[in-house]
Write a protein that binds this ligand. Sequence first.
Ligand SMILES: [Zn+2]
Length: 115
Amino acid sequence: MKDASYFKNKLVTLRHEIFNRSRQIDADIRHVGMTTDLDDQAIELENDEVLHALSATSEKELLMIDAAIRRVDSDEYFHCQTCGETIALARLELLPFTNLCVSCAEKRESETAYS
Ligand SMILES: [Zn+2]
């Protein structure tokens, strides 16, 4: 039965995974800068940028998941935040932290693509 508690469990599990992943990334970031070799430093700098980008993505995902968990608690979870239509369960299964129905998400994507 795919009800609110099913999706809440899913979100909490996902949050846990991303939280652990971002902790790992933060640990990796702290390891950068240990070398004094110039070639190694160049490589580390590149890795550092990738790690910071990953860390920013994780943080954004955590915020979206937190917001989704709040929407489950306030019974808004199954409704599109833009048009109020019910979001398809298959979509929530795939993107448990989305707050838009398919058509609003597509509209938003095409807007950002052409802006
Ligand atoms: Zn919508």
